[in-house]
Structure formats: structure tokens, C-alpha cells
Design a protein around this ligand. Structure first.
Ligand code: PEP
Ligand code: MN
Length: 351
């Protein structure tokens, strides 16, 4: 349920509503719009009596939130939420491209990838330091060393970094280094981890589970929001279907459905959706056309040597071409994708 205050309601009136919410055993959640304050009554599934709030001074109306995901719903927060990752705003007019290797492998590989994606107009650098692998014998990531290298790459390129946290025990370190903490598909319903990232001050990128419905994704986002972290970005990354030619099936309609149901930014990962380099650009173009607030894409300068997900890693020149195409599509629908930065010095020779 949400309590909508009158325009110009006083701090005292707002305070009385908050007191009433807590006295009844619920949690208040404030959302201050330009015109008025809206207070969410969040808590157990117990029924809330609207009459208890309607009688209070300064209250305009009380509206039930019908969706099970309260804080994530547009009923609670009609305007789009903008999530700031370092100096990059996600959820506004600009579609933000995050790109980089699947895994951080070594300094040269990371820096070369970072420079290449930056040259194409990527605004955030991706790279896994902790990798969720199907096989326990596969490369598991460099761990803390990988975080150190990401930090160095951020210093060199100026790009904020997104990296995955696999376990609550790694969270303090990941949250210290990352500008955006990724919760991967396999952990989408690790409720303990969701609650912990709900308590940190860094924004969270929540990926859809391989077999999860959009409602389940939103309920997982709700775990994070209900712990106080309102900076959550959702990511459609392909789901398992009976189709076997692609690694997963990109659910492109997820973008439109999520944008309708929630105020949170929605991005698309075309790399894990298809698993094949030749398909990534077309899915990326489709995602931008569908209205995605951004993309996260795997790029590797030497995919044949990649320790993880080589077959789906784009080569830098293909990535640059895709960025040009995405720019044109974004423009056609009244949005934008950042221009490649002007070449400067020895390292950035342009393209
Ligand atoms: C990743 O982005 O590196 C990753 C492992 O993706 P997902 O969790 O979507 O499989
Ligand atoms: Mn990967």
C-alpha cells in the first residue's frame, strides 16, 4: 500500500504517517517526488487497513499496490529510476554499453580489452574476477588479484567497473573495488546474497536466472530494494528453452514487459544469450531497438586464447562496428549511445 501525501504536506504530518506505519509493525519507505511525497507501507503480507492512514492530516489518498513486488513496481514509483555508476547514469536517455572480457585473465589482456571497448564508446568496463563455472575444473577467476587489475584498468581508462560477486564471503572485497556489483544468473535466487547486497552502498546489476520468470526476477530485485539499496539494474541475459542452436534464447519481450512493470533500468546481455560471436551484434541491435537502457557485452582481443567464453567474445573491430549500428538505432528511437571518444596520444589511434 502507498500513502500519497498532499502537495505541501508538512514534515510533522509526514512524521505522523511514518510513526503510524512503524507502530503497526510495517516499514515506511519514502519516495520524494518533485510535487509530493509518497510513503510505501512495506512489510509482511498482513493486510494493511487504509482507514488508519486516511484519517491522518496531510494524507491525500491511500492506494493499494497490487503487485507482489512492491518497491520495484511502477505503482510505487511511476518515474524511471536513474542509477548512477561512478559518473555514468543508467536509465536516462542514453543507452549505456558495458563491455570487456568474460573473465579478468591477466594485466595485458584486461588493459588491451579495456582500451578497445573504450575506443568503441563503451562507458563501463566489465570483467569477472570470480567466475561461476559449470565445471569445478574450469578457470575460476583470479579472485582478489582480478579485482586489483580491474582497479588498475579503471585508473588507466577512467571507466567504472562492473564485476560479479558469487558469495557473501567475497562481498566486502567486491563491493570495495566494484562500481557496480553484479549478481549473476545462477545467484538470482540466492536470497541470502540478495539481502547482503541490499545493505551495501554500491549499485547492483541483477541478472535474470536461466529458468526464471520475470516475476521471479522482480521478486529478487525486491529482496535488494527492501533492504534499502534502491540502485538496482535488471539484466535480461537469455533463458533456457528447447532451442539448441543458441546457448540460451534471448527473451527480447522481457525489455518491454519489465519497462512497463518496473521503474528500474533494464539492460540486455546478448553475449550469454546466444553464446556465439556471429550473433551478438544482431541481438545487441534488437535490444537497443526494443528500448533497453543498456547492453553488457563480452569483448576479447584474442578470443582464441580466452580462458572463459571465447566463442562468444566479440573482436574489437566487430564491436566498434556494432556500436556504430547501435548509435544509429538509438538515434532513430530518440535515444543515444555514446560516441567513441576522440583519439588522443599514442595509445588511441582511432579506428
Ligand atoms: C557473466 O556475465 O560473466 C556471467 C557469468 O553471466 P550470467 O550470470 O548471465 O551467466
Ligand atoms: Mn561469460
Amino acid at each position: 500500500m502507498i500513502v500519497v501525501m498532499r502537495t505541501g504536506a508538512t514534515a510533522k504530518e509526514i512524521g505522523q504517517v511514518i510513526t503510524s506505519i512503524t507502530e503497526q509493525g510495517f516499514k515506511p519507505h519514502m519516495s520524494r517526488g518533485e510535487e509530493r511525497t509518497v510513503i510505501g507501507v512495506i512489510g509482511s503480507d498482513r493486510k494493511v487497513d487504509p482507514g488508519r492512514f486516511e484519517v491522518l492530516a496531510g494524507v491525500e489518498k491511500v492506494i493499494p499496490i497490487l503487485k507482489p513486488f512492491k518497491l520495484a513496481s511502477r505503482e510505487f514509483h511511476p518515474e524511471d529510476t536513474i542509477v548512477n555508476v561512478g559518473s555514468v547514469a543508467i536509465g536516462g536517455r542514453e543507452s549505456i554499453v558495458m563491455a570487456g572480457p568474460c573473465a579478468v585473465e591477466n594485466r595485458d589482456q584486461l588493459v588491451e580489452s579495456a582500451e578497445a571497448v573504450r575506443k568503441g564508446g563503451a562507458r563501463i568496463l566489465r570483467g569477472g574476477a570470480y567466475k561461476p563455472r559449470t565445471s569445478p575444473y574450469a578457470f575460476q577467476g583470479l579472485g582478489k588479484k582480478g579485482l586489483e587489475l580491474l582497479k588498475e584498468a579503471r585508473e588507466i581508462t577512467g571507466m567504472p567497473i562492473v564485476t560479479e560477486c558469487l558469495a557473501t564471503s567475497d562481498l566486502p572485497a567486491v563491493a570495495e573495488y566494484a562500481d557496480l556489483v553484479q549478481i549473476g544468473a545462477r545467484n538470482m535466487q540466492n536470497f541470502n546474497l540478495l539481502e547482503e547486497v541490499g545493505k551495501i552502498s554500491k549499485p547492483v546489476l541483477l541478472k535474470r536466472g536461466l529458468m526464471s520468470t520475470l516475476e521471479e526476477l522482480l521478486m529478487s530485485a525486491e529482496y535488494i530494494l527492501s533492504k534499502g539499496n534502491m540502485n538496482v539494474i535488471l539484466c535480461e541475459r537469455g533463458i533456457r528453452t528447447f532451442e539448441k542452436f543458441t546457448r540460451n534464447t534471448l527473451d527480447i519481450s522481457a525489455v518491454g514487459v519489465l519497462k512497463r512493470l518496473t521503474h528500474l533500468p533494464v539492460i540486455v546481455d546478448p553475449s550469454h544469450a546466444c553464446g556465439e560471436r556471429y550473433l551478438v551484434a544482431s541481438l545487441a541491435r534488437a535490444a537497443i531497438a526494443a528500448g533497453a537502457d543498456g547492453l553488457i557485452i563480452e569483448v576479447h582481443p584474442h578470443p582464441e586464447k580466452a580462458l572463459c567464453d571465447g566463442p562468444q567474445a566479440m573482436l574489437p573491430p566487430d564491436f566498434w562496428k556494432m556500436m556504430d549500428e547501435c548509435r544509429a538505432i538509438a538515434k532513430a528511437i530518440g535515444r543515444e549511445v555514446a560516441e567513441a571518444p576522440a583519439a588522443s596520444g599514442e595509445k588511441s589511434t582511432g579506428r
